[in-house]
Each structure stands twice: as C-alpha cells, then as structure tokens.
Design a protein around this ligand. Structure first.
Ligand code: ATP
Ligand code: MG
Ligand code: FE
Length: 342
C-alpha cells in the first residue's frame, strides 16, 4: 500500500509518502535550533512550531512523492507516545486529510515507527530480530518476534541514553543536543582515562540505569576541578561515551545470544554514536550476528518510518477510529490497541 505519513511527537515536524518499504518522499523540519536556545525541548514552543510547519511539510511530501490522492491508500500518524501538544497537531492534520480525501486513518506507536526504520534501511530484513532502540526518551532492547509483535526485553529505569548524553554534555558545557557534541570531542580524548559505572540492574540483565552514570560524571568533575580549574573535557566525554557504548552493546548482544537471534538492529538518535556503533559491530561480528544500522536520517525522528509501520498495519486490515485520542504514554506491547480490525 501507498501511505502518507505524519510525525510530530516531539520536536521534528515530518511528513512522508512510502509504498510498503520504499520511501517516495520524506520531509523533516527540525526545531533543534529553536530549542537549543533553551538547552532542551520546550513543549509549548514545540507545539506552536508544529502548527506553522505541518502544512508545508505535508504539501512538500505529497508533491515530491509524485503520487495523487487517488493513489494513496491511507493516512498514518503518530498518536502515542510523545508530547501531547505536539502529537495533537499531527493527529489533527491527519484526521482532516483522512476525512477530506476519504482515506482510512492508521494510528502508529512512535516506537514501532523507530523499529520500522530498520525495515526501510535494509530491504532483506525480516523478523525475528533484536532491536536496540536508543533515543532522546528511550533505551530499550526489543524482541521483534514478528511484524507488529513485540516484547520489551529491557528498558531504562531512569534516564534514557540520549537524555544522559544531553545532561552530561550540559555538565561539560558542550551545548544542546549533547550526543553529537560528545561524539565529536570524544574523538580527541582517552576513553580509558576514567572508570565509570555501567548502570547495571541486579537480576535484570537487559535493563539500564543511566542516572547513576550521570551523577558519577558530576562527582568526577567536582573532584577534578574543586576550584573551577579547567577540566579534561575530551577525556571525560570519551570515558562516558565508551561506558555507555560498552553497557548497551554488552546487554544487546547478550540478549541476542540468549534468545538465539542472528540479527540485531540499532535505531534512534543515539544509534548514530560512533563508539556505540563500533562496539556493537565488533561484538556482533565476534558472535556471528548480523548488525544493521540505518542511516542517521532514518535514526532520528522522521515520518517515513511511521509510514512503513502504517503500511504494515494497513496491509493487515488494521486501521484506527477517526476519534482516536493522543496519548503521552503507551507501552509498545499494547500498540495493537490502536486498531480496529476491518
Ligand atoms: P523518543 O523517540 O524517545 O521520543 P527522540 O525521537 O526525540 O526521542 P531522537 O531524535 O531519536 O530522539 O534522538 C535524539 C537524541 O539522540 C538526543 O538525545 C541526542 O543527543 C542523541 N544523539 C544524536 N546524535 C548522537 C550521537 N552521535 N551520539 C550520541 N547521541 C546522539
Ligand atoms: Mg528529536
Ligand atoms: Fe523518536
């Protein structure tokens, strides 16, 4: 099926047209510059900006796809989880288009979208596989048993991986967003300079806790610079980044081995991290596991991944009520509740 998709759950306004696993057009309007002024995403500003950018984004995606409304089978949109004000803009636009053009509405769980970015990146990828989803709000290890059938094997107990990068970057005075800044400066540092805690949770081998790691970095900076002395920022950044990379790579590979999965994928903004990529790749190779990393443009928020998820549901006869509500939280394992079978 050919699906027009909309994503506005956080600070990216995105629209795309996909045909099954093929991207016909994908438009992403990022608000990063605006929120950088505040050191993080400001929900009220995000929602206002979505209002301004959503119609142009949809119009551009429609135009660039080369498709006509008659050829579009359905409208997919992220309805959960995310910032309510942001989600509402995308959902309102999607409902309006669905009504106007008499198309079915397909609600999509944002994390299912992120998982589907791997399907877009690698045409031969089929479930089952293991997905490491590391983004601004999540760090989960997800067993993709089949299309639309997920089991969350591990998650974070506190800060998400991206959040930890952003908070540590702020601590080191590196600005927002923190991930790319740390990745950059870590290249000049010694990753073995400092030993930091990996945030293990006893008895839950696939869960993470990154707030302890963040606090350890804070203590380290206080110890190294009691009177405001210049900090060895590159060494601290490199040590922090390596700690996160090893922790996530170990947990993911362990889970894959124990569940006899021969393919892992890493998605979400933090999957762009160079240390995480090389750790995962080396460890996967060692255990004869195939590792897939979608390009950065598919790792961060986009509507093509939402369209891919929408196409899968549409093909299964699963569409959503026109009165479906947005939700700030929804477990991935409950994503089937978004559909009424037809
Ligand atoms: P969610 O999907 O959980 O709601 P999100 O979609 O806003 O969150 P993404 O856009 O996927 O999150 O990712 C943003 C995060 O990725 C930010 O925290 C950013 O710091 C981090 N990030 C981006 N590039 C890198 C990198 N090279 N290394 C580490 N982190 C990175
Ligand atoms: Mg984002
Ligand atoms: Fe996201």
């Amino acid at each position: 099926p050919t699906i027009l998709a909309i994503e506005s759950s956080c600070d990216e306004t995105a629209a795309a047209v996909v045909c099954d696993r093929q991207i016909l057009s994908s438009v992403v309007s990022s608000q990063i510059k605006t929120h950088a002024l505040y050191g993080g995403v400001v929900p009220e500003i995000a929602a206002r900006q979505h209002v301004e950018t959503i119609n142009p984004a949809i119009a551009q995606a429609y135009r660039e796809s080369g498709k006509t409304w008659a050829e579009i089978d359905g409208i997919a949109v992220t309805t959960a989880p995310g910032l309510i004000g942001s989600l509402m803009i995308g959902v309102t636009a999607a409902k309006t288009l669905a009504m106007l053009h008499r198309k079915p509405l397909i609600a999509v769980h944002h994390l299912e979208g992120h998982i589907c970015s791997a399907l877009l990146a690698e045409p031969t990828l089929e479930p089952p596989f293991l997905c490491l989803l590391v983004s601004g709000g999540h760090s989960s290890i997800i067993l993709v048993k089949d299309y639309t059938d997920y089991r969350v094997m591990g998650k974070t107990r506190d800060d998400a991986a991206g959040e930890a990068f952003d908070k540590v970057a702020r601590l080191l005075g590196l600005g927002y967003p923190g991930g790319p800044a740390i990745d950059q400066i870590a290249k000049m540092g010694d990753a073995k300079a400092y030993k930091l805690p990996q945030g293990r949770i006893p008895d839950f081998p696939y869960d993470s806790s990154f707030s302890g790691l963040k606090t350890a970095v804070l203590r380290l900076t206080q110890k190294l610079s009691p009177n405001g002395e210049a900090l060895p920022i590159a060494d601290i950044a490199a040590s922090f980044q390596e700690t996160v990379a090893i922790a996530l790579a170990n947990r993911t590979i362990k889970c894959a081995i124990e569940h006899h999965l021969s393919t892992i994928v890493a998605v979400g903004g933090v999957a762009a991290n160079s240390a995480l990529r090389s750790r995962l790749l080396a460890s996967a190779e060692e255990h004869h596991i195939r590792a897939i990393f979608p390009p950065l443009s598919l790792c961060t928020d986009n509507a093509a991944m939402i369209g891919c998820a929408g196409a899968i549901h549409f093909a299964r006869g699963e569409t959503s009520s026109m009165s479906i509500a947005t939700r700030s939280r929804l477990n991935l394992e409950d994503c089937q509740s978004l559909y009424i079978a037809t």
